[in-house]
Design a protein around this ligand. Sequence first.
Ligand code: ADP
Length: 380
Amino acid sequence: MKILIVEDDRATRLRLKTHATAWGYEPTVAANGREAWEVFQAEAFPLVISDWIMPEMDGLELVRRIRREASEGYVFVILLTSQGETSKLVEGMEAGADDFVAKPFETDELRARLRAGQRIVELEHRLATSNAELAAFASVASHDLREPLRTITSFLGLLERDYRGKLDERADEFITFIMDAANRMRALINDLLTYARLDKGKPELFETFETQVVFEDKLSLLQLSIDECGARITAEDLPIVHGDRSQISQLLQNLLSNGLKYRSEESPVIRITATDSDDGRFWHFSVRDNGIGIPEKHFADIFQPFRRLHGTGSAYAGSGVGLAICHKVVERHGGRIWVESEEGNGSTFHFTLPKVPQAAISSSSAIGGETPGRDAEKPD
Ligand code: ADP
């Protein structure tokens, strides 16, 4: 496993390198944080040992940069601390360090801590691999399900055209049931495909765009449902963001259509606002509706795939993947999504998006991919 050793003291640097080689690692050395940062950007390192105090760029700043840069796998960082620095461990942890070793270091201790780090990196790698396999499986499976479904729906269409009204009433009813089920299945497959394909990273798809324009596009797309229920949807001065336009558009569409769908007796009133986040680094969007609301115990789990509070048999059609897609989109942009709600009293979905291009969103495993509309057939 590759390891980046960052230490300004030449003797310690050499000692670290010799030990790392003897323990089976492949070390690369750097004499300060700035040099290490250049090396790190050119090459991936799952393990980093860095001194804290160094000229040009210290260990703390190096860790912060490593954490901001979303690399392909997890990077386990050990900071070397001198006696006086141990009181600053909290600061180091907040910057993103995983572990600390006091200088002068004990060889056995350093070795054990490196092994622990290696176990975590390997575990994360296994998890990421099985996640990718699952996503690929979902993508292929849902893609292959489309073909037989298309055959079912086209013959069903012929059956309806040629035989509806010519058989008895029960047969007409059966045709309707099959039609409904086929439509639900089509929506589910499309959502699954969208969800699975969100993982395909194409950072080059990132652009700077006005969310207000995306919002207005969505309004025209939803116009039919808006007219049907007499909904009022407003948004003012939505900001310019940097990201994958089609994914952000999908995010808005899912939240807006849920606001329309999970309505109460009253006509839906949905309002989107955006403000600065507390630390000023993000835009904080809120999508507020006056619908049926969500019990507090479900605030977290509704973002899981297939988690529906109003499942089969309820008046609300859906696949249970819409919010999981929202969650993935926001996460891929380095933001956060959550809900606040009171049963019977509407819900507010909050999400944050970074204001400036972030290194975190430029990793190849990050964002990109295609995001068809939740109900749109995608070409094969
Ligand atoms: P779907 O709408 O297809 O069921 P989602 O993933 O979009 O799936 O939503 C998951 C569940 O969260 C929904 O089944 C519904 O119970 C609940 N939910 C989502 N949005 C709202 C909302 N605006 N108001 C009330 N409940 C909601």
